[in-house]
Ligand binder design. Structure first.
Ligand code: URA
Length: 447
């Protein structure tokens, strides 16, 4: 067996690591026998030399096996599903999709994350609901799946400890943006959930981690391959991430939008993503004959109110008081009697006439992040009430002076520079230039 310095040199010099090499590296990580500088050096060697499909799949599997792998009752076989997104702006898809899937008889142990860079995190959004606890043990997850069918929780201490070490080291060694390392990090955690089927929402565009469709496609291919290698039926959706998904950005505002969607439907872009991702999962589990039947079932679970009931039950199971959960899900709720509203609102108006062609989601996300919706340091609290709401839809004709964006803020207030940046995010054009674009670019089926 090669020593750690020899393993590092092997990768540094461009050779492929064998299964035994990768196993030895991950074992050294979890046993603590590797020094931090060696971990950093190996990560940099991987970042520079890359890993082929086989090495990536092996690293994924060894990372998954570094901790607890969840087990489920036999009668749930074939029903366990989850989705992962590479990060978006206004991406509240999980809040609608998890209960919709549960309403279609799936078991959804959704393990989500917090905001990363300018992108929002599902856990931060849910924590804007008083009482909602994202910290649930494996035993509690099993109990919630048994009674409700879905839960949305944070990663437990015992799940994929190797990722915790690698992720923290990547963060301080300039090695986050490596396709094989991202793949192993994401898929090892999903593998530890022992899923039947997994769908990945791989985003590309201005406000995505990967701006370029080609890079996003390569990541999707690696993710799909690694997931299938672990025995999960894994598919991916490549979706455009240039603007805002739905109408709002910011934790509490996104929860309100998700509740509105579950009650009365939502903007077509958001519904398209929910139906596509959910339809694919139902087709992969066999709960639908094909993707189009899957899409129909998911849409019906939302429009018929079954998903709303699941969301209410999930909130109660995860610590929200019964009366609060019921009130949030009732037809004529004044949300801000329950959820925290920002102290101030500021409406921005269009400076000239035109058709709303586009909104720069990256600019919106960066400004609300700075106003407190996101973190600048790990562990920092976020201000759940800060955010922004689009008051108009793409393709809508507007006249000079029409309010197009409502900013919700507290301390700090938006500076003149930030207001100018927000105004620059609005793109107006002529009717002739307007063309509706689908968010979903491509669906990648299991290999
Ligand atoms: N999310 C993860 O869990 N890991 C990565 O490396 C990137 C995004």
């Amino acid at each position: 067996m090669l020593s750690i310095p020899d393993l590092i040199k092997k990768k540094r010099d461009g050779a492929k690591l064998s299964e035994g090499d990768i196993k030895a590296f991950v074992e050294a990580l979890t046993s603590g026998s590797i020094q931090d500088c060696q971990t950093g050096a190996m990560l940099m060697a991987i970042w520079q030399r890359g890993m082929d499909t086989r090495e990536t799949a092996t690293l994924t599997k060894e990372m998954m096996l570094s901790g607890e792998v969840m087990s489920w009752p036999r009668e749930w076989a074939g029903l366990l599903v989850d989705k992962h997104s590479t990060g978006g702006v206004g991406d509240k898809v999980s809040l609608v999709l998890a209960p919709a899937l549960a309403a279609c008889a799936c078991k959804v142990p959704m393990i989500s994350g917090r905001g990363l860079a300018h992108t929002g995190g599902t856990l931060d959004k849910l924590e804007s609901i008083p009482g909602f606890s994202v910290h649930q043990s494996a035993q509690q997850v099993r109990a919630i799946l048994s009674s409700v069918g879905c839960c949305i929780v944070g990663q437990t201490e015992t799940l994929v400890p190797a990722d915790r070490i690698l992720y923290a080291t990547r963060d301080i060694t300039g090695t986050v943006d490596s396709l094989p390392l991202i793949t192993a990090s994401i898929i090892s955690k999903k593998g530890a959930e022992s899923l039947t089927a997994l769908v990945l929402d791989v985003k590309f565009g201005r406000a995505a981690l990967f701006k370029d469709l080609r890079d996003a496609k390569e990541l999707a291919r690696l993710l799909v391959n690694a997931g299938n290698e672990l025995g999960m039926r894994t598919g991916a959706v490549l979706s455009r991430m240039d603007g805002v998904i739905g109408r709002s950005v910011g934790n509490v505002l996104e929860v309100i939008e998700a509740l509105d969607v579950l009650k009365t439907g939502g903007r077509p872009d958001l519904m398209e993503l929910v139906a596509t991702l959910g339809g694919l999962l139902l087709a992969m589990t066999g709960l639908a004959a094909d993707q189009s039947e899957g899409r129909r079932k998911i849409s019906q679970a939302v429009s018929g109110g079954a998903a709303l009931l699941k969301f209410q039950a999930m909130m109660e199971a995860q610590g929200v008081a019964k009366e609060t959960a019921r009130a949030l899900c009732s037809a004529h709720t004044d949300y801000f009697t329950i959820l925290r509203k920002a102290k101030h609102q500021l409406d921005l108006s269009a400076s000239h006439d035109g058709v709303l062609m586009d909104v720069d989601g990256l600019v919106l996300a960066e400004v609300v992040h700075k106003l407190g919706a996101g973190r600048s340091k790990a562990g920092q609290p976020v201000n759940h009430s800060v955010g922004a709401e689009l008051l108009l839809s793409l393709g809508q004709k507007i006249t000079k002076g029409t309010p197009w964006l409502r900013v919700h803020y507290e301390e700090p207030a938006p500076s003149p520079d930030q207001i100018e940046r927000l105004q620059s995010a609005l793109v107006l054009g002529s009717v002739a230039d307007w063309k509706k674009q689908s968010l979903v670019q491509e669906v990648m089926l299991p290999v």
